[in-house]
Design a protein around this ligand. Structure first.
Ligand code: C5P
Length: 421
């Protein structure tokens, strides 16, 4: 396996002028999350960037151009056919001015128009006319985000070079719960430093979700894993530019943009897929809640209730330990495992590190209310092994998308510093 040592950063226009910010064109489209764009504009300015705002017509129903003008100190552009504005800085000039186009929020409609190369208003025209780096923070109702059309558009935009930040999962303004919330402005600002080149050239394999172990043709053993953390890890690795292969048990989650998904059901299917895909991969993250046992012999036909018998005995056999078997390969990648514990986090994490032959363990305290299993937030303790020395890092409670980025970053940093032998 060849890895270039040290983190590689793609050079960006602003980096040629150390200490100076970048010229950012902030596009705002018509979503309720637009009210957060004011805070985002403020944070961008505070971080030293030059900010010019373009709003779609619908966005102005949610937040006024005057608010953004007051925050950025620049006139806000709203129309393509505005002779006065065009006489100042024409739209092609504005497209050339931008080093980064950041669309937040990006609605389902805007994503559809951009995915198809439309130029029917100022914002879409600027996106089409500009060679700047392009980033968007999608925001919409969870059902809209899950629709095949939106999934297709997100994938196409990622293929076209757009970097998609989020969306996050959780409570929505419409009362729904699920994926579609715009990332918080602070997280968007932090993600602008996530250079796509950081994981370029790396292949990352991730397992996620539960497994299902058949008892008969209609029944199975499983668990409550939602798959959210594994999918967030896949999205984070893809954002950093890795080739991401996601092996997922049965979950109700859309595939993150730019990720290659392999659906499996049982632990043995997951094991086989993991070994097939791990060949030549650099980083393996085992986030799946793999069932420890399966029925020794699943019944061929549906099992019937037996009259007069009050108990049913199932004979279970142990499933393979997928992550330990990946770590035992001769051509092993850097292997990161998860540990869900209710106490003695560090001790159990270090024990798992040694017992399974892992390189890093992400330990969660699953006894903490609102965190971990099925929740949208998580906290973790990272421990890793490095030439006998040990180190660790605490990640405080935060949305799984942010935590996932921190975990992937740390794993890539460790892997580049000390690739597995
Ligand atoms: O042993 P335990 O289930 O606590 O270990 C959790 C870690 O091991 C997770 O990374 C999980 O994905 C992985 N694992 C696995 N195969 C199993 C059991 C757990 O890959 N059969």
């Amino acid at each position: 396996m060849s890895l270039s040592p040290g983190r590689r950063k793609a050079s960006r226009p602003g980096e040629d002028r150390p200490g100076e910010g970048r010229r950012i064109l902030l596009g705002i489209s018509a979503g309720i999350a637009a009210y957060k764009s004011a805070q985002l504009a403020r944070l961008l300015k505070q971080a030293g960037h030059e900010v010019r705002v373009v709003m779609t017509e619908g966005a102005q129903a949610f937040i006024t151009p005057l608010t953004l003008q007051a925050l950025t100190g620049e006139a806000v552009r709203t129309s393509l056919l505005d002779p006065e504005a065009e006489a100042g800085m024409g739209h092609i000039e504005l497209a050339r001015w931008a080093e980064l186009i950041l669309v937040a929020p990006a609605t389902a409609d805007l994503m559809a128009r951009l995915a198809h190369g439309h130029a029917d208003d100022l914002l879409t025209t600027l996106c089409l006319a500009s060679d700047a780096e392009k980033v968007m923070a999608p925001a919409m109702n969870q059902a809209m985000w899950r629709q095949p059309a939106t999934v297709r558009n997100a994938r196409r935009l990622a293929e076209d070079g757009w970097r998609l930040l989020g969306p996050d999962s959780g409570d929505q303004a419409c009362g729904d719960v699920g994926p579609g919330r715009m990332l918080e402005p602070e997280a968007i600002l932090a993600a602008l430093d996530d250079t796509p080149g950081d994981a370029a050239g790396l292949t990352v394999v991730i397992t996620a979700g539960p497994t299902r172990e058949p008892l008969d043709p209609v029944r199975y053993l499983s668990n409550h894993s939602s798959g959210k953390m594994g999918f967030a890890l896949a999205a984070a690795a893809a954002t950093l530019g890795a080739r991401v292969l996601l092996i997922s048990g049965p979950v109700a989650l859309p595939t993150p943009a730019g990720v290659e998904r392999h659906d499996v059901e049982s632990a043995r299917e997951m094991h086989d897929a993991a070994h097939r895909l791990a060949q030549g991969c650099h980083l393996f993250i085992g986030c799946a809640a793999v069932a420890d046992y399966r029925a020794e012999t699943p019944a061929e036909h549906k099992m019937k209730k037996r009259e007069g018998e009050h108990t049913l005995t199932l004979r279970l056999v142990k499933n393979p330990d997928i992550i330990a078997s990946i770590a035992a390969r001769e051509d092993r990648p850097y292997v990161v495992g998860f540990a869900a514990e209710t106490r003695d986090l560090e001790a159990y994490a270090r024990d798992k590190l040694a017992r399974k032959g892992l390189d890093m363990v992400v330990a969660n305290d699953v006894s903490r209310a609102g965190l971990g299993f099925g929740a949208d937030d998580n906290a973790a303790l990272l421990v890793w092994r490095e030439a006998g020395a040990t180190d660790q890092r605490t990640l405080p409670p935060q949305p799984k998308s942010q935590l996932a980025m921190a975990v992937v970053r740390q794993a890539i940093d460790r892997l580049r510093a000390a690739p597995p032998s």
